[in-house]
Design a protein around this ligand. Sequence first.
Ligand code: 2DT
Ligand code: MG
Length: 210
Amino acid sequence: MARGKLILIEGLDRTGKSTQSEKILSALGDEAVLLKFPDRTTRIGELINQYLTDSNFELPAQSIHLLFSANRWELNSEIHSLLEAGKHVILDRYVYSGVAYSAAKEIPGMDISWCFNPDKGLLKPDLTLFFSNQDSSSLQDREGFGEERYEKIEFQKRVRHTFSNVFDHISDPNRAIVDVSDRSIEEVFRYIEPLFRTVINKDLEGFTYF
Ligand code: 2DT
Ligand code: MG
């Protein structure tokens, strides 16, 4: 049986990642499963959730970084099994968010290379779609952000910049940028559908790893 494909939706906050991930899932039906990182339901995920939602719960930047990575590792073998069983796995955030959000803190010593290290060896997606919007007045829309730890305009601007450095650092020919500015949900979906269908119809053998 052909293995399933690993499809990653990455991007900045409020670019419609979760909406499009759900739409891909509906389009593929029971051939696919959708996993979201951080997965807040595991023991490690509960700690991550507390860190994101409770501003009194402090952890060193290095520690929370390693927890986000550990959260991916705890699901790695399950993802592997699903793919081997022929299921397509859609991921809503993964390694690139892990590296970009931590490196954007600009902590001495915690550069992109340091941040990427604990994720080395994780399954690498067969397709990565990076959702981006224009860095303009939309970022003035403070109302649009919620209350979680990273949902601050200044930090989001740094994350945007850091993502492009992360892409320079981690090469991947199977990655595309999707500019969602001024596009409706349906327009974005019409744009990405042929991209993920092409990958799904490929006959790939073996796996690749970060
Ligand atoms: P959501 O809003 O998508 O639930 O993400 N993040 C995410 C990290 O800092 N490191 C990671 O490894 C991952 C996967 C992005 C919650 C926040 O967590 C950030 C936003
Ligand atoms: Mg969020």
